[in-house]
Write a protein that binds this ligand. Structure first.
Ligand SMILES: *[C@@H]1O[C@H](CO)[C@@H](O)[C@H](O)[C@H]1NC(C)=O
Ligand SMILES: *[C@@H]1O[C@H](CO)[C@@H](O)[C@H](O)[C@H]1NC(C)=O
Ligand SMILES: *[C@@H]1O[C@H](CO)[C@@H](O)[C@H](O)[C@H]1NC(C)=O
Ligand SMILES: *[C@@H]1O[C@H](CO)[C@@H](O)[C@H](O)[C@H]1NC(C)=O
Ligand SMILES: *[C@@H]1O[C@H](CO)[C@@H](O)[C@H](O)[C@H]1NC(C)=O
Ligand SMILES: *[C@@H]1O[C@H](CO)[C@@H](O)[C@H](O)[C@H]1NC(C)=O
Length: 306
């Protein structure tokens, strides 16, 4: 799979103390009302819906099994596709005339297995998007809508990661909330054009951040597109924890975790729109059921740069 940030993987073994107050991961929330939040969610649901519709129209059940995926996988992906369409319909009807419309997309998968790898990434990002945006929802009815979509996306994410891709079905005790621009950075690389009538969202896309040779607890090479990474910090998000590691000699030590989101920041203490200079990169590392990192169980397609 060709793309631009990395999936590598893991759980912060000891990073999370008992309770951590979630940090806002956006710089400013003043322009974010319920219509904005729902349109942000709908932007992602349109993308996911198009992703599954396109892949399922291209790949037959034989294509799935010939590529080493379980025989039953395609049928379940059909169900997921229908769920994403239902999410689009629910959010669109809640937004009425304010609903943002579908865009055109381009996804970098080339086979059923690289589609399944990208599905794992998108479902995980979907969970993190809803978790990060929850704080902006003011209507209780919309909060319920968002909660039931979030939990469904989490089931998708767990099923794709576990039974289909034989990776960890979860990352740890807490999923990871992400800021709106961080999520948009991931989504925007798949969006080629949108109707000009779509409402603009208070988000921006950051330059790409790329990891190479990443393993949990080890030094990894880090580069950023058009940005000098050296001397800046990589903020690693895992669950409700954020850790900052300075880039030295082009490298950072990656925390020992199954799943991490990483952004480059100018600050060693704050990671939000005002300090993020590149990213997000997605690092997912396969750990076996005994909690042992096992690079051999991770096929190369999981080192997807997205
Ligand atoms: C899926 O099929 C459509 C139409 O046949 C084609 O344009 C597109 O490139 C295909 N995508 C992939 C990933 O094969
Ligand atoms: C459209 O959005 C505006 C601004 O948030 C809001 O006042 C209006 O009620 C919304 N209309 C619908 C149909 O939701
Ligand atoms: C999507 O692509 C088609 C075919 O190139 C084009 O006709 C259409 O205008 C595009 N739609 C948007 C929303 O950009
Ligand atoms: C990483 O965490 C796992 C599981 O807690 C542990 O077995 C392993 O020793 C840790 N590795 C490092 C390098 O700390
Ligand atoms: C973080 O940066 C500030 C100045 O920007 C510095 O005073 C402080 O020592 C740094 N903390 C760490 C842990 O590097
Ligand atoms: C987990 O540990 C048990 C007991 O040591 C062992 O029998 C089993 O094979 C291990 N499983 C994996 C996936 O390594």
């Amino acid at each position: 799979m060709k793309s631009t940030s990395l999936i590598a993987f893991t759980t912060f073994a000891c990073a999370a103390s008992a309770f951590v107050i979630p940090q806002a991961r956006d710089a400013s929330s003043s322009s974010i009302d319920d219509t904005v939040v729902l349109n942000y969610a709908l932007t992602l649901e349109h993308l996911e819906s198009a992703f599954y519709t396109g892949a399922l129209s291209n790949f037959t059940e034989d294509d799935f099994t010939n590529d080493g995926l379980p025989q039953w996988a395609r049928g379940r992906f059909e169900q997921i596709s229908a769920h994403e369409q239902a999410h689009v319909q629910l959010l669109s009807s809640a937004l009425g005339a304010n609903a943002t419309q579908a865009c055109n997309y381009s996804f970098p998968y080339t086979s059923p297995s690289s589609f399944a790898a990208l599905s794992q990434l998108l479902e995980g990002v979907g969970v993190s998007a809803y978790a990060g945006a929850a704080q902006y929802v003011t209507s209780k009815a919309y909060l319920t809508t968002a909660a039931v979509i979030l939990s469904t996306e989490a089931r998708h994410a767990a099923w794709v990661a576990g039974p289909v891709n034989t990776e960890n079905p979860w990352s740890g005790p807490f999923d990871t909330p992400l800021g709106l621009s961080t999520v948009y950075t991931l989504a925007s690389q798949f969006i080629t054009s949108c109707p000009s009538s779509n409402p603009s969202l208070p988000v921006k896309a950051f330059p790409a951040l790329t990891f190479a040779n990443a393993s949990p607890g080890e030094a990894a090479d880090v580069t950023a597109d058009g940005v000098t990474a050296e001397g800046q910090y990589v903020a690693f998000f895992s669950g409700l924890s954020t850790s900052f590691v300075q880039v030295q000699n082009g490298q950072v030590i990656v925390p020992n975790a199954t799943s991490l989101y990483a952004v480059l920041t100018s600050s060693n203490a704050t990671a939000d729109d005002s300090t993020i200079t590149a990213g997000v990169a997605v690092l997912q590392f396969p750990f076996n059921s005994n909690g042992t990192f096992s690079s051999s169980t991770g096929d190369s397609s999981m080192n997807v740069k997205v």
